[in-house]
Design a protein. Sequence first.
Length: 377
Amino acid sequence: MKRALITGITGQDGPYLARLLLSKGYKVYGTYRRTSSPNFWRLQHLGILKKITLIPADLSDMSSLLEAVTVSNPDEIYNLAAQSFVGASFDQPLHTTEIDASGATRFLEIIRHLNKNIKFYQASTSELFGGAKECPQDERTPMMPNSPYAAAKLHAYHMTKIYRHSYGIFTCNGILFNHESPLRGLEFVTRKITNSVAKIKLGLQKELVLGNLDAKRDWGYAGDFVKMMWMMMQHDKPDDFVIATGETYSVGEFAEEAFKVVGLDWKKYVKSDQKLHRPMEVHQLCGDARKARDVLGWEAEIKFKELVKMMVESDLRLWKKFTSGENFPWDAPSFPHGMDVIARNVTRDAKREAAAIGGKKLAGKKKKSTWKKLLKG
């Protein structure tokens, strides 16, 4: 049985990837960052929360990453965790760099020292292209980041390539263009739109305020994109691939299509506020994924209108539940009974720890932590 470690498993892509890997017979581990309000609702929504093993870790903490890799003993690491909100990267550039740039490098160093046979996938981004004049963009397009987020991701992109060529590690960059789903966070413009459309339709909201309506993006479905992540890791040699649909639509067009789903005229409800514009705007991104198609046989299946309809209808169902007094998926308990969570530096049963690391026998019957033993080898 293959073993995979997914960072950022509580985000949008992590649950879709975990579900895919489970369907292929993997033992799946996922890291999550400790907060006062654990965020497991997406895993519950897909019905896989109790099928995976969760490990607390933080990309800024080398020891927690080393523990996660030691305990999971993975064949493949998918590094999806990031500070991924572009707007926030202007407010927190140092934090963004620490997580998005240095976090990936920490994993690469762990692999280099611990086990060079571990395959590593780095979630890269179309924001790397930023101010590029070429359109569409492919793997050869010059990268010109226009945000602290993109600059940090560019560092991780190059480090991933450097460790591949310098140390012979199987490392891949997936240059993902915008990919959305009903699991997208509300701070992202697509989900902000579909969530607001649902509330406006039900009389729970009066208007939708957005930033730049003319910014154009290549929007695909996250469920399609995670298939390509896995396909890259099964290829006979490590490489970098653009993952995109090849179609581009503006924010305004996304809003228009979303309001069409519920039979409303978007111009009656949408306003643009200059305060929501980025300090440095990326005006158009469109991906050319011909390499992915020709080499790995991958193509996006869900098209733009189908994606928008899927997201709007999902949000409508959620808000209808709200109006009838039912719980939202994200109203789920913080740590539901039956979850498999590996705790750090706490009293544990030695046999269960042995099972968690692949059956390694541990001496003695005392109930105590074995982290130090594992880290010392």
